[in-house]
Design a binder for this molecule. Structure first.
Ligand code: IPM
Ligand code: MG
Length: 354
C-alpha cells in the first residue's frame, strides 16, 4: 500500500520523538511491503520563526494533500510569559484543527501491566483501565465569541454548540462504544450550563438509534473525581472541548507517564495523530524525551487511517516488549538504566525487523 503522510514535527522535543515514529513506521513499511512517502512541513514556533505564522498556508496544503498527518508538539516558553505576543504557536494548533475540520479528538488511556507501579494511583485502582475520551475539538469556548468590554476591565469567552456539532461527535462516540463494551458516558454540566443541556438532550434523542449502547450522563466535576477513584469503571466518554482538555490531561497520567499516551484528531476528510504530551522545551535536543506516545500515535494512524491492524498491533507489541525489558527513557527508568530517545526508537526498529 502507498501511504502519503504529512510530517509536522513542530517545536521542542517534537522533532526528536517524530524521528523515532518515522523510523518505526519505515520499519513497519519494510516488513509489510508498504511504501511511505513523507512530506515535512512547518508548524508552531518553528513556523513563526521561518515565515511569521504558526500554521502557514503551505503547511495546510501539505496536510490536505496527505492521507494522514503525523504531528509532534508545538509550544515555546518565550511566548508563554509574553501576554503581548501577537502570534503564538498554540494558535497554529487551533487553526489547524479548525481548517482541517478535526472535530473529534480520540484520547485513550490504558495501562501497561509492567508499569502499574509507576502510576500515581494505587495499582488496584487502575488495573484493567482501558478508556477512551472523545473530546469535541472544533467548537465550544475555544472558538466562541470572546472579547473585552468596560474599558478592558471585563473579559468574556462564550461556549456555543449547535445540535449538528453534538450529533457528529456523539455519533462517533456511539459507534466507538459499539466496537468496545457498549458503554458510553456523556460528560457535561447540564445542572448549570445551557450548552450542556443541548448536549444531553441531543445524545438522549440518539439513544434509540443505538439500542445496545448503555448511556450514562455524568457531571464533569463528578467525572473528575471518579476518574482518579475508579478509572477502570469507564469505557467511552464524550465531552465538549474544554472539559475534554482538562479531563484528558488528568487521565493521561494514570498510565504512569505523560510520555506514553497517543491520540488522534479526526474529521470527515482528514486525520492527525499526535502524542498527548506537549513540547517539553527543557528537554529539547537532549535525547531524553520518551518517544513511545508518538510511536503509539503512529500505530493509531496505521489502524484508523489505513485499516492496517496487524501493523498497528505489531507496534503495540514491540512497545510493550521495550517496557517489559526496561528499554525505556529516564521518565520510566526509576533509578535503573535510562536509554536515549533515539536508542529506544532503534530498539523498536530492531524488534520489528527481527
Ligand atoms: C491540547 C492542548 C491544547 C488545547 C493547547 C496547546 C492549545 O492543551 O491539545 O490538549 O488546549 O487543546
Ligand atoms: Mg490540553
Amino acid at each position: 500500500m502507498k501511504l502519503n503522510i504529512a510530517l509536522l514535527a513542530g517545536d521542542g522535543i517534537g522533532p526528536e520523538v517524530i524521528d523515532q515514529a518515522v523510523k518505526v513506521s519505515d520499519a513497519i513499511a519494510q516488513k509489510f511491503n508498504h511504501e511511505i512517502n513523507w512530506t515535512s512541513a512547518l508548524t508552531g514556533a518553528a513556523a513563526i520563526d521561518a515565515v511569521g505564522e504558526p500554521y502557514p498556508d503551505e503547511t495546510h496544503q501539505v496536510c490536505l494533500d496527505a492521507d494522514a498527518i503525523l504531528f509532534g508538539a508545538i509550544g515555546h516558553p518565550r511566548f508563554d510569559n509574553d501576554p503581548s505576543a501577537k502570534v503564538r504557536p498554540e494558535q497554529g494548533l487551533l487553526k489547524m484543527r479548525q481548517k482541517l475540520g478535526l472535530f473529534a479528538n480520540v484520547r485513550p488511556t490504558f495501562t501497561f501491566p509492567s508499569l502499574l507501579d509507576k502510576s500515581p494511583l494505587k495499582k488496584e485502582r487502575i488495573e484493567g483501565t482501558d478508556l477512551v475520551f472523545l473530546r469535541e475539538l472544533t467548537g465550544g469556548i475555544y472558538f466562541g465569541e470572546r472579547g473585552r468590554k468596560d474599558d478592558g476591565n471585563t473579559a468574556f469567552d462564550t461556549c456555543t454548540y449547535t445540535r449538528a456539532e453534538v450529533v457528529r461527535i456523539a455519533k462517533k462516540g456511539f459507534e466507538l462504544a459499539m466496537t468496545r463494551s457498549k458503554r458510553l458516558c456523556c460528560v457535561d454540566k447540564a445542572n448549570v450550563l445551557e450548552s450542556s443541556r443541548l448536549w444531553r438532550e441531543t445524545v438522549q434523542a440518539m439513544e434509540k438509534d443505538y439500542p445496545e449502547v448503555e448511556v450514562a450522563y455524568e457531571f464533569v466535576d463528578a467525572v473528575a473525581m471518579r476518574l482518579v477513584q475508579w478509572p477502570n469503571s469507564y469505557d467511552v466518554l464524550i465531552t465538549e472541548n474544554l472539559f475534554g482538555d482538562i479531563l484528558t490531561d488528568e487521565a493521561s497520567v494514570i498510565s504512569g507517564s505523560m510520555g506514553l499516551m497517543p491520540s488522534a484528531s479526526v474529521g470527515e476528510e482528514n486525520a492527525l495523530y499526535e502524542p498527548i504530551h506537549g513540547s517539553y522545551p527543557q528537554a529539547t535536543g537532549l535525547n531524553i524525551a520518551n518517544p513511545l506516545a508518538t510511536v503509539l500515535s503512529a500505530a493509531m494512524m496505521f489502524e484508523m487511517s489505513f485499516d492496517l491492524h496487524e501493523e498497528g498491533a505489531l507496534i503495540r507489541k514491540v512497545v510493550e516488549q521495550a517496557l517489559k525489558e526496561g528499554y525505556v527513557t529516564e521518565d520510566l527508568a526509576d533509578g535503573g538504566k535510562a536509554y536515549g530517545t533515539a536508542e529506544v526508537g532503534s530498539y523498536l526498529v530492531d524488534a520489528i525487523l527481527k
